[in-house]
Design a protein around this ligand. Structure first.
Ligand code: ADP
Ligand code: MG
Ligand code: MG
Length: 252
């Protein structure tokens, strides 16, 4: 089972420090939720883990099974099993959903063991059915003209197909209606396994009604300031974040 560890992580964008010493450990079989006010660095954390070049790590470490993630190039991180479902997935003109996914899968495989086209199509059709996606999305250009909900479903499709070891979902629930939310949650629940850990970034408790996390962390001002179980998410939903600020003497 994977062990994913972040220690004392500091990261900056354009010289401005956003992550200010963040610690987190996610093991296989666990679902961790990160909640926190807007602008607190949640997406920065996700992008930094994946190696987005805009973010500069100035201190701390990230490791997967003891391997130094910060030493890995972006594609090596993906091959090591890190996956990010993005808050704002980008559109890629001229590349179909099927082409994109097939090359992403093959990029994670040894040369000579690429997935066959027939097998790939069959898998993709099956997964799309589970997600109640229109089959035409297979041949549509990636995210082009997709609605917000369709983009999010498509991110989950990628997760199902890529079978990651650590799956990070960044506000996958925003912009989803209740049916889409339930389908997305089903996708996550079906993928729960000892061989996979989840990091679910969410602004609302809503998704956590369908996917029960083992741990809930509150992120504020670039750090995890409080951790607990699912009851913490429920309290945040009811009372907001002010009580935590008061408790910890955070001024903003
Ligand atoms: P969250 O996901 O918690 O809402 P973000 O990680 O998106 O927060 O943003 C954290 C902080 O980083 C915010 O203050 C935001 O304004 C800043 N930030 C994000 N992206 C950029 C960027 N490209 N350039 C400058 N500042 C940025
Ligand atoms: Mg935000
Ligand atoms: Mg964000």
């Amino acid at each position: 089972a994977p062990v994913f560890k972040i220690e004392g992580l500091k990261a900056a964008i354009e010289g401005k420090e956003i992550l200010k010493g963040l610690d987190l450990e996610v093991k296989g079989g666990e679902i961790h939720a990160i909640m926190g006010p807007n602008g607190t660095g949640k997406s920065t954390l996700a992008s930094t883990i994946m190696g987005h070049p805009k973010y500069e790590v100035t201190e701390g470490s990230i490791s997967l099974d003891g391997e130094d993630v910060l030493e890995m190039a972006v594609d090596e991180r993906a091959r090591a099993g890190l996956f990010l479902a993005m808050q704002y997935p980008s559109e890629i003109a001229g590349v179909t959903n099927a082409d994109f996914l097939r090359s992403a899968i093959n990029a994670r495989r040894e040369e000579g063991s690429e997935i066959s086209l027939i097998k790939f199509i069959r898998q993709m059709e099956g997964r799309m059915k589970e997600l109640e996606m229109n089959p035409e999305f297979m041949h549509r250009y990636l995210n082009e003209g997709f609605s917000g909900g369709e983009k999010k479903r498509n991110e989950i499709l990628q997760m199902l197909m890529l079978d990651p070891r650590i799956a990070i979902l960044d506000e996958i629930d925003s912009g989803l209606d209740i049916d889409a939310l339930r389908i997305v949650a089903q996708g996550v629940n079906a993928m729960r396994s000892e061989d996979r850990g989840f990091l679910i970034i969410t602004h609302y408790q809503r998704l956590l009604d369908y996917v029960t996390p083992d741990f809930v962390h509150v992120m504020m001002q670039g750090r995890i300031v409080k951790s607990g179980g699912p009851e913490l998410a429920q309290r945040l939903e009811k009372e907001g974040y002010d009580w935590i600020k008061e408790e910890l003497g955070i001024v903003d």
